[in-house]
Design a binder for this molecule. Sequence first.
Ligand SMILES: NC(=O)c1ccc[n+]([C@@H]2O[C@H](COP(=O)([O-])OP(=O)(O)OC[C@H]3O[C@@H](n4cnc5c(N)ncnc54)[C@H](O)[C@@H]3O)[C@@H](O)[C@H]2O)c1
Length: 262
Amino acid sequence: MFTAHLGATSVGAVLVSGAASGIGRATALRLARGGAAVGLLDRDVAGLTLTAEHAREAGASGVVQAPADVASRAEVDAAFATVVDALGPLDGLVCAAGILLPGGLQDTTTADWDRQLATNSTGALHCLQAGATRLRDGGAIVVVSSNAARVPRTGMLAYAASKAATSALARCAGLELAERGIRCNVVEPGSTDTAMQRALWPDPDAGATLAVGGDPAAYRVGIPLGRIADPDDVAAMACFLISPDARHVTLQQIYVDGGASL
Ligand SMILES: NC(=O)c1ccc[n+]([C@@H]2O[C@H](COP(=O)([O-])OP(=O)(O)OC[C@H]3O[C@@H](n4cnc5c(N)ncnc54)[C@H](O)[C@@H]3O)[C@@H](O)[C@H]2O)c1
């Protein structure tokens, strides 16, 4: 288990979207282990409650659950208001909520396209808009996108497009927010062992091996580091970027994929 790495100065209040599972949960718990107060946003209420319990056990200085669908600007605004009422202005924001609906050029339905854009891209926009007015000057944002934003993949056309939009909107928002000393960076994970990833595996026992080994027929080179990421591998990068240790880093897109974007 990694220990929390939150820099020389402790991080105060951080809102994490997608906190009910996977990378968002791992990030919230890593922040909690460092003593941060965490606002937990997700549409999965049961998952949020579990994350909240673990965050309290891990030593969070405050825990607030804020259920919301990121596709709804009104729900996102209400959730951010709940968190800020309880914890005060935010020092950090991590946007990790997302969905993946597989599909290629001909089998991507308009409904699947719209849903992924609404959750992954518009959802990130809503969180950035709601967060910008509630972050302290000098705060930090991390948007979890995907290495598919920059590396073409078969069978995930709409997902990749939605993540390319997410990465671009995060960097444009970060450019605007720089004058307030707010940093905004993008983390682009590769295959990471979460519910989203496992849903893609036809065989649960062989899934990770296939991801690591690659698939020439799908133009995937595999993972040079020889292992699939643990959610905490991505959380570690997100927490570094939120921390004051990264105080001169902004507008970056950083792969956390074991070299798979080769
Ligand atoms: N797992 C991977 O291999 C991988 C790779 C690259 C990028 N990512 C990205 O990392 C992020 C986290 O994914 P994960 O792998 O932890 O998956 P996950 O399914 O474990 O977690 C995603 C979370 O987002 C929440 N969510 C989905 N739609 C939502 C909505 N409309 N409103 C609020 N919450 C919503 C889900 O309830 C869930 O808790 C996503 O943005 C995903 O695209 C994951």
